[in-house]
Design a protein around this ligand. Sequence first.
Ligand SMILES: Nc1ncnc2c1ncn2[C@@H]1O[C@H](COP(=O)(O)OP(=O)(O)OP(=O)(O)O)[C@@H](O)[C@H]1O
Ligand SMILES: O=P(O)(O)OC[C@H]1O[C@H](OP(=O)(O)OP(=O)(O)O)[C@H](O)[C@@H]1O
Length: 229
Amino acid sequence: MLKIGVPSKGRLMQKTFDWFSARGLTMSKAGTEREYSGRIDGIEDASLVLLSASEIPRELAAGRIHLGVTGSDLVRETLAHWEDRVEELALMGFGHADLVIAVPSFWVDVETLDDLDAAAAAFRRRHGHRLRIATKYHRLVRDYLSQHGVADYVLVDSQGATEGTVRNETAEAVADITSTGETLRANHLKILSGGPVHASQATLFRSRTACWSPEAKANLKAIRERLKA
Ligand SMILES: Nc1ncnc2c1ncn2[C@@H]1O[C@H](COP(=O)(O)OP(=O)(O)OP(=O)(O)O)[C@@H](O)[C@H]1O
Ligand SMILES: O=P(O)(O)OC[C@H]1O[C@H](OP(=O)(O)OP(=O)(O)O)[C@H](O)[C@@H]1O
């Protein structure tokens, strides 16, 4: 039995169903709105596992699902050495969002990462502690800043309403996902230039660690054919 994990709710769920449906694989939620089970028509011996988008990377890495749909940001953030554990089968063309670093709009001297580096050093000299960046994307932000030689900062964990941390004085800067930019603007934050930390979109992943029985492999082959068509 091939297990496919798809988002059970939230912004990725309906578009995931639509994407598969356009390729001849009809997914639907079973039972009532609140029941987290589903069915998939158009392929034999495949079952749907409805999960939170943020749990799908872990389930793929543990091999409990064979395929899974989630944001590319969540896989990179959740799984160390993600490419060893999952394979990207298809970029799905929706769920686009950029992980960006943003600072208060009134920091007129800070536009680039180099500026942030200089501001962080000055901040430490003046305040005696490191500049705080609020985020839930610890791995991605740490790797990105280290690649760009920025070291004088500390990450503070924020699992939601991250843009509010600057106003609430629990951080000086933020690293968060944005699509329209509305939330950043409303909180008087501006994005550093130089491109996003990661440009995310909904992606179909294959687990490298799941048990790939001959039947599961045959099922995957059939799905790949559908995707090509
Ligand atoms: N404002 C946004 N616009 C577009 N995509 C976004 C936005 N915020 C987050 N995303 C993307 O949506 C995905 C997460 O989806 P969603 O927020 O529905 O799941 P979740 O946080 O796991 O929800 P839950 O755990 O409550 O089920 C991530 O890949 C992220 O990049
Ligand atoms: O650029 P925008 O279109 O304004 O979208 C950005 C917001 O969307 C996400 O939050 P979400 O709605 O998932 O809530 P959260 O704060 O609980 O993460 C993200 O964390 C930003 O706060």
